[in-house]
Design a protein around this ligand. Structure first.
Ligand SMILES: [Zn+2]
Ligand SMILES: [Zn+2]
Length: 496
């Protein structure tokens, strides 16, 4: 007799995900038919509404979340033991969790009260490599290749990557201090999430999820569905799981992409595009897994590909833990069940008590939020019969009609007029596009296509640069717009 995957640490994500269905957020087994005959597609079928959400292991979501947290806290003075409940909680905000424990050279050493492991504040004191790292970063942001930078600075590639890793670690530390402040001081959380392939030309399957504050472009969180740890270490980590009906956290290297299940469409109306996306989604083996639309999949040569839903659920779980549950929450998503199902599952309590707004947003780059929109068309689309509101405006320079759509998924006030004006996803699109453009030669270097690990420190550096250094025409950085600081940081200040 098949049963639902067991709850883990308050996590239970296996239930009907149709908001409004009687079985929504309810994990009573008798309300579902559990289907596990097709091992490619273990799912439950809701006896009330017929929805068929795929099954996931709650414990593996939790394990994936620990991996994300371990990476984020790399560089912070915090417990680094992946088994410990204090993992990633820094001494800046959680002093009570640690004892001062002597010195290591000039650096203060600390001991975790929970697991007794010790660590030092790695980046306390001045950065002795400030000059060369500042030059290196300036060259990198100008678009020079690794080879060119190495020859300009007279260093070898190994030294280059050592610098990059140290810079990334400092950036994570600096960013963590601003993030803490951001989560504490904003009055309501407004968040926009988008995902895309990290290396679109490589077909290596690595998904990159970014969540940003949509008005300022302050990037709050980003993760990739790829674990750079070597195979043996990761295998050990998953071996304690024995849930036969849930997908593994790591995509098997034998996993083959489906053939020809997605199609690219140009020159479609917004409505046709949304509809085509629903068709692509239904063509997947697992509706929550975008790898189901890949024509080809070249697994990374090192490290392991994570089954994207685990990263997505962990991404939103991580956000939830950082947000004050009493503050209002608004979330905009790109049209994608990978994100939607994760949000609905992780925020089931808020959805049940109507204390968050959740929307799909499809917004063209040129949309002007200060300009009014035309008449609103309401259309029901996809298997889910999602209710989309679509409107258009005329772009002033090109005289072109551009369309924007929103789909209100959950919450107390679904007024389409209001949301068409306010909901926005462009900031996060632009962030990802800017990263791809800035580091195109780095990302698409032939050897790197199968080795995404080298890009991960760059993501951490780029996020800190985006939030703290990059200015708009008025000289404002995203952190300034959010009231976190009064001036932009120079590269030198970022590294100090
Ligand atoms: Zn249902
Ligand atoms: Zn610990």
């Amino acid at each position: 007799m098949a049963t639902l995957p067991p709850r883990h640490d308050h996590l239970q994500v296996n239930f009907c995900k149709t908001v409004g269905c009687e079985n929504f957020a309810c994990s009573d087994e008798e309300r579902y038919v559990i289907q596990y005959l097709n091992p490619q597609r273990p799912a439950i079928v809701c006896k009330k509404c017929g929805a068929f959400p795929p099954l996931l292991s709650n414990q593996l979501i939790h394990d994936e979340w620990r991996r994300l947290r371990k990476h984020e806290s790399d560089g912070l003075p915090a417990c680094r033991n992946i088994e410990c409940k204090n993992l990633g909680l820094s001494i800046y905000h959680h002093k009570h969790l640690y004892h001062a424990f002597g010195y290591s050279g000039e650096r203060q050493r600390y001991r975790c009260k929970a697991c007794q492991s010790t660590f030092v504040d790695k980046w306390s004191g001045e950065n002795k490599k400030l000059d060369i790292q500042e030059q290196l970063l300036a060259l990198l942001f100008t678009g020079y290749s690794v080879q060119e930078i190495c020859s300009k600075l007279g260093i070898n590639p190994k030294t280059f990557y050592d610098h990059i890793n140290q810079i990334a670690s400092r950036c994570r530390k600096k960013q963590a201090l601003f993030d803490m402040r951001w989560f504490g001081q904003v009055e309501q959380y407004q968040l926009a999430t988008h995902h895309q392939a990290l290396q679109p030309q490589s077909h290596n399957g690595v998904q990159w999820l970014v969540t940003a504050e949509p008005q300022s472009g302050y990037v709050v969180s980003q993760h990739v569905s790829y674990d750079e740890a070597d195979v043996s270490a990761s295998q050990d980590f998953d071996s304690h799981i024995s849930e036969p009906f849930t997908p593994n956290r790591y995509v098997e290297s034998s996993f083959l992409a489906d053939i020809g299940k997605s199609s690219q469409h140009d020159n479609l109306t917004l409505r046709e595009r949304i509809d085509a996306k629903y068709q692509n989604i239904l063509a997947r083996n697992n509706v929550e897994d975008p790898l189901g639309n890949y024509h080809q999949l070249h697994h990374p040569k090192k490290g392991r590909l994570v089954f994207p839903p685990y990263t997505s659920y962990a991404h939103f779980y991580n956000l939830k833990l950082q947000c004050d549950p009493k503050k209002p929450l608004i979330m905009y998503l790109t049209q994608e069940p990978l994100l939607r199902s994760a949000v609905i599952s992780i925020y089931q309590d808020r959805i049940n008590d109507h204390s968050m707004h959740l929307l799909y947003v499809d917004e063209p780059y040129l949309w002007n939020k200060h300009q009014s929109h035309g008449k609103i068309d309401i259309v029901h689309m996809g298997w889910w019969q999602d209710r989309w509101a679509i409107s258009s405006q005329t772009h002033r320079d090109s005289n072109q009609d551009i369309e924007k759509g929103i789909c209100y998924i959950a919450g107390p006030t679904s007024d389409p007029d209001y949301w068409l004006s306010h909901a926005s996803i462009n900031a996060v699109h632009k962030y990802q596009a800017k990263f791809q453009a800035h580091f195109a030669s780095f990302i698409n270097e032939p050897r790197r296509k199968a080795r995404p690990a080298g890009i991960i420190p760059l993501l951490d550096i780029f996020r800190a640069w985006n939030n703290l250094c990059s200015q708009n025409k008025q000289g404002q950085t995203p952190a300034m717009k959010q009231g976190l600081i009064h001036h932009p940081l120079s590269l030198r200040q970022l590294l100090a």
